[in-house]
Design a protein around this ligand. Structure first.
Ligand code: ADP
Ligand code: MG
Length: 187
């Protein structure tokens, strides 16, 4: 099955953390079909923490959503993520956004991800790699979700990872995305 995942980090070497997470996915035979640029993103919900680096990827795996969630959680653990408080600083956060047209709503797994429509740090990278992908509950493509998003937190595209040039946040962004409506905290 094809999935869209969201990767995020706001502790330590954030870009390296995303690279390592993708390495772990590949080692577990998850095929990376498309990967977005990296984005420096303003924390949503709890502003008193470092900016994040976020990315969206499309992957292919035989795993069920539950098995994929277990894999994502094992990677988070292997990489040293300890705290699990929502909207708090984290070394790595791996979320399932979409699982083709699967819809599920259980205490431990909700697909599509329930907060994706209120988070530009998810929608902007997703739009980059799959503007036409449909949200199976809302019946709308990523492009429409982004256009209708009320979140106005900063999401700035950054260049490819390079050991020589590692811009500090958020001054040296290359491209940027901003919206004009009032802020919606997400969470
Ligand atoms: P968030 O990613 O919203 O900031 P956390 O990563 O702290 O929050 O939340 C982790 C919990 O969210 C996990 O225990 C997991 O069971 C649950 N969860 C529900 N739906 C999903 C999903 N689609 N992807 C990832 N985790 C999910
Ligand atoms: Mg998560």
């Amino acid at each position: 099955m094809t999935y869209f995942l969201s990767l995020g980090s706001n502790l330590g070497d954030k870009r390296r953390n995303l690279k390592r997470a993708i390495g772990h996915l590949k080692n577990a035979s998850v095929r990376i079909l498309r990967a977005s640029s990296l984005y420096q993103t303003q924390p949503v919900g709890n502003a008193d923490q470092p900016w994040f680096v976020n990315q969206a990827v499309e992957v292919e795996t035989d795993r069920t959503p539950w098995a994929l969630l277990a894999l994502l959680q094992s990677i988070e653990k292997k990489m040293g993520r300890t705290k699990t408080i929502r909207n708090s600083p984290r070394l790595i956060d791996l979320d399932i956004l979409l699982a083709a047209d699967t819809i599920m709503d259980t205490p431990d797994l909700v697909i599509p991800h329930p907060r994706m429509t209120a988070r530009n740090f998810v929608l902007v990278p997703l739009y980059e790699i799959a503007p036409d992908v449909l949200h199976p509950v809302l019946g709308k493509p990523a492009a429409a979700l982004l256009a209708e998003s009320c979140d106005r937190s900063g999401v700035h595209k950054i260049g490819r990872w390079s050991s020589r040039s590692r811009p500090s946040e958020p001054r040296q962004e290359i491209g940027s995305f901003s919206k004009t409506h009032s802020r919606n905290g997400g969470s």
